[in-house]
Design a protein around this ligand. Structure first.
Ligand code: F6R
Length: 615
């Protein structure tokens, strides 16, 4: 992943680069660094850990005038891929005090290049794949090429997904930048120009943004930006005006962004609903744009939590629209030679719109001739720009690494897609559609009621916080939620957690049951609840501590459960269908409170990043 940002032509460029890095920390936060040119020399500060370490050191060194804040600088916030987390591997990676590079992505053929460069007596001080880039620059500059020519030769050498920015002491007023599959945007200023991993990283500097396309490279000076395409032809890319709305993002009085994002669901989900439903009467999802012109099968691809949303979507679309749905992990899809028989379209789901696995699945599906659409939160993201049809969830920036409001909003869109397809292909009558929409419109209130369970969830967190392992169970619509509940708990609290379809326990996982292991089950009465309760009983008989989050009917049938959390009453007809959305709330609260109890970094859990732009 990693975030990169650079500035040419603006006083106090390093200070402004750090401001940009603050907005990119979602991309990685295990080390950070900056470099700038001062009187023909590269000066640099790199530190392990969060960006605030870099900020403190920078403030100190500038105050003591050890570091001079000049008008050309670049910066990086890292999510380690190659090489441990240490200062040596932190970016900028600088070779021979002449070329400094910040890089996001992976140079796949770096070993081969490194070997060759070593044989030519080039020096490597880090374990990163990145270091081949500044060394290659030096090689080509030494051969008599200028900065642009050298950059182009570097691009011919390197393979992989990358976005990088290079700065060289021989060209003190220029930045060379390039991207291939990893995101990079250029910001246009007055007598200054900028570049960053996303538009947000530059919104304190400009509102005029140009997104580079794959294979593009560019030279930035203070008064010119020259962009070239992959064939080295000078090209023009569209200038986009980004809205100033992104602005400054606060925790709004909450301790963590995640807590705020969980609690704002009742107020942001209406934005998702109103984007695709006109009151309680009709829907505004375009089936033709979805590429679903005749009844075939639909493919949905996504990663992580978005993949679990896709799983729920499959259950809904198959049940409501009677259309077969295949869901695929984005990271698997393009490598397994998928059979597209009967498929005309792919729907991808991504909060960030930048997950490389998902982007690659999308591009692969495009090559196979499928029409593409996406459920996306971040407008203007790479997937958003590449897809034929975008369905924006519109829940605002999600800063906490764990997906919360994004997940519920993705579910809402999928539910509305299911009804839309049901109307076209499964003869769902208007009165039934209106009923669906009536209950969808009641969701924000229902979510607010679910949030009232928070104190009860805190008491469960007290029980779980010292466990080594937790099992989550669900059946039917709530099976994907069991997977999501487990993912949320493990990524935030670092407690080992697994989710299973309750009926699968007896086929193997039940061997994990030992005395006092917490088993959390999300359950609503759906006509099949007795089966799920039997599965729960089987775990109970073997010593598990049963935590049941459920409705009155199921709780009555599960007297044996050690802890029972009664959820608020909802309309019976839709309770089961909408249960994945409603039950997300206790799942999110549980993970949040266990993590808080354990004192982990809730918003930036270890080893993770908000936007996963490596494969
Ligand atoms: C977990 C989480 C991740 C993301 C996954 C896909 O809480 O947030 O599993 O869901 O990395 O990200 P997007 O949706 O941005 O493609």
């Amino acid at each position: 992943m990693c975030g990169v940002v650079a500035i040419v032509g603006k006083e106090k460029a390093s200070t402004l680069v750090i401001e940009g890095l603050k907005k990119l920390e979602y991309r990685g936060y295990d080390s950070a660094g900056i470099a700038s040119l001062n009187n023909g020399l590269i000066q640099s500060i790199k530190l392990e850990g969060k960006l605030e370490n870099l900020v403190n050191e920078f403030n100190l060194l500038t105050k003591e005038k050890v570091y001079n804040d000049t008008s050309i600088a670049l910066g990086h916030t890292r999510w380690a891929t190659h090489g441990n987390v240490n200062i040596k591997n932190a970016h900028p990676i600088i070779s021979e005090n002449k070329v400094a590079v910040v890089h996001n992505g992976i140079i796949e053929n770096y070993l081969e290049l490194k070997e060759k460069l070593l044989s030519e007596k080039f020096n490597f001080k880090s374990e990163t794949d990145t270091e081949v880039i500044p060394n290659l620059f030096i090689k080509y500059i030494r051969d008599g090429n200028n900065f642009l020519e050298s950059g182009r030769l570097v691009l011919k050498d390197i393979k992989g997904a990358f976005a990088f920015i290079a700065m060289c002491t021989d060209y003190p007023n220029q930045l060379f930048v390039s991207r291939n599959s990893s995101p990079l945007a250029i910001g246009l200023g007055e007598n200054s120009n900028f570049v960053g991993s996303d538009a947000q990283s530059m919104n304190h500097l400009t509102d005029r943004i140009v997104y580079l396309e794959d294979g593009d490279h560019a030279i930035l000076t203070l008064n010119k930006v020259k962009i070239y395409d992959k064939n080295f032809n000078l090209t023009n890319r569209k200038i986009i005006n980004i809205k100033a709305e992104i602005g400054f993002i606060t925790k709004g009085g909450y301790k963590h962004f995640m807590e705020k994002e969980i609690h704002e669901q009742p107020s942001v989900i209406p934005q998702t609903i109103s984007s695709f439903a006109v009151g309680k009467k009709s829907l505004k999802i375009d089936v033709d744009k979805l590429g679903f012109t005749d009844k075939g099968s639909l493919l949905i691809c996504a990663a992580g939590t978005s993949f679990y949303a896709a799983m729920v979507g499959k259950y809904w679309i198959e049940q409501i629209a009677n259309i077969p749905v295949t869901v695929d992990l984005a990271s698997e899809y393009r490598y397994r030679k998928p059979c597209i028989f009967g498929q005309k379209s792919i729907l991808v789901i991504s909060q960030s719109g930048e997950s490389l696995d998902t982007l690659m699945a999308l591009r692969y599906a495009k090559e196979l001739g499928l029409r593409t659409s996406a459920v996306i939160n971040v407008e203007g993201s790479t997937i958003d720009r590449e897809v034929d049809y975008s369905l924006h969830t519109r829940v605002g920036p999600e800063i906490g690494v764990a997906s919360t409001k994004s997940f519920t909003s993705q579910l809402v869109v999928l539910y509305l897609i299911a009804i839309t397809l049901g109307k076209r292909f499964n003869d769902i009558k208007q009165d039934v559609i209106e009923k669906h929409l009536k209950f969808i419109n009641m969701l924000p209130r229902a979510i607010a009621k679910m949030l009232e369970l928070e104190n009860k969830i805190i008491s469960i967190a007290q029980i779980i916080k010292n466990s080594n392992s937790v099992i989550f169970l669900g059946r039917g619509f709530l099976y994907p939620l069991a997977l999501e509940g487990a993912l949320k708990l493990k990524e935030l609290s670092y407690i080992h957690a697994e989710g299973f379809a309750a009926g699968e326990m007896k086929h193997g996982p039940i061997a994990l049951i030992e005395n006092d292991i917490p088993v959390v089950m999300f359950l609503v009465s759906d006509g099949y609840e007795d089966k799920a309760i039997s599965n729960l009983q089987e775990a109970y008989s073997r010593g598990a501590k049963i935590i049941l989050i459920s409705d009155k009917e199921c709780i009555k049938k599960s007297e044996f459960a050690n802890l029972k959390i009664l959820i608020p009453e909802f309309n019976n007809e839709f309770k089961s269908l909408l249960s994945p959305i409603l039950m997300s709330i206790p799942a999110q609260l549980l993970a949040y409170h266990v993590a808080k109890e354990r004192g982990t970094d809730v918003d930036q859990p270890r080893n993770l990043a908000k936007s996963v732009t490596v494969e």
